[in-house]
Design a protein around this ligand. Structure first.
Ligand SMILES: C[S@@+](CC[C@H](N)C(=O)[O-])C[C@H]1O[C@@H](n2cnc3c(N)ncnc32)[C@H](O)[C@@H]1O
Length: 291
């Protein structure tokens, strides 16, 4: 049993307000995590299908919340259409995506998401995924590593870090977060880093291992399809790659006459929230209403 699935929900009130919850309405929380948003929806009288690909999250929530208005499902939100059908949650009043990893996944050293915790280079959000970060770090060519770090990490020193990885691999495979973090430091010119030199390549590896951007691109149109008339789609993103996908998709939906973008500018956390929870710093909430 997972005793402590730690996660502070980001934009909690704003996101749940955006879903216009009222008693008896039905919602899908596509990224259940520690169920912070879901608990708030339940409290306001909503009925929720909570999806997560992380077995730990589902085990924790199933143990903690005994509420007949909550159904949970293990799965990837790219299959939101099938999961919704299996649980008779078609035609819902709102769908929430709170993207990325939970604090629990990040802090739980063994999962290899953080370069500050020594662990095997895994980074899978769920065990159904087959490729681990170590497979990419040890298996990709220099060119592929450079492309990965540039495209998914926006890392300016992608080439130098890729070269250091190739050098290290010639001696032995790179197996742990600490080994990779040290290699990233070697790849950085001195005095050039405001943040830890491993930050962006860890982000890139995590996005690749979990195929995060493709899952999002697949899920969004399915989510709009699942909404009732006047149903709301609310998405919280944490970096520009995700936010761009969400913004462009919602604008396209509006152009096609499927509904309207409610947030012409994204909703961002207050200073107080950022002070209390640094992870909220880069969050952006975008909301769409179907017609
Ligand atoms: C930021 S956390 C959500 C936190 C939650 N809103 C709360 O308040 O506790 C993101 C969660 O989404 C899950 N997740 C990310 N991508 C997913 C995907 N493609 N399919 C299913 N779950 C996913 C992660 O496993 C993680 O538990």
């Amino acid at each position: 049993m997972i005793k402590n699935y730690y996660h502070t929900s980001v934009l909690l009130q704003e996101a749940v307000d955006s879903l216009a919850v009222s008693s008896g309405k039905r919602f899908i929380d596509a990224t259940l995590g520690g169920a912070g948003h879901t608990k708030e929806i339940l409290q306001r009288g909503g009925i929720v299908l909570g999806i997560d690909q992380d077995e730990d999250a589902l085990a924790f929530v199933s143990e903690q919340i005994k509420n007949p208005n909550l159904v949970v499902a293990l799965g990837n939100f790219k299959d939101i259409d099938t999961i919704a059908k299996e649980n008779t949650f078609e035609q819902v009043d709102g769908i929430l995506f709170d993207l990325g990893v939970s604090s629990h996944q990040f802090e739980e050293g063994a999962r290899g998401f953080s370069f500050q915790k020594d662990a095997n280079l895994d980074m899978r959000m769920g065990t159904s995924l087959s490729v681990k970060a170590a497979d990419l770090v040890n298996g990709l060519t220099k060119g592929e590593l450079m492309e990965l770090f540039t495209k998914l990490g926006e890392e300016p020193f992608a080439k130098r870090i890729a070269e250091e990885i190739i050098k290290a691999r010639e001696v032995k495979p790179i197996e742990t977060t600490t080994e990779l973090a040290q290699i990233a430091i070697k790849g950085y010119p001195r005095g050039f880093h405001k943040i830890h030199p491993a930050t962006k390549i860890f982000q890139a590896l995590r996005i690749a291992v979990n195929d995060e951007l493709n899952s999002l691109k697949t899920a969004l149109p399915k989510a709009v399809e699942l909404l009732k008339k006047n149903g709301r789609l609310s998405v919280i993103s944490f970096h520009s790659l995700e936010d761009r996908i969400v913004k462009e998709f919602l604008n396209e939906c509006e152009e096609k006459g499927l509904g309207k973008v409610v947030t012409k500018k994204p909703i961002v956390p207050t200073e107080e929230e950022i002070q209390a929870n640094a992870r909220s710093r880069s969050a952006k909430l975008r909301v769409f209403e179907k017609i």
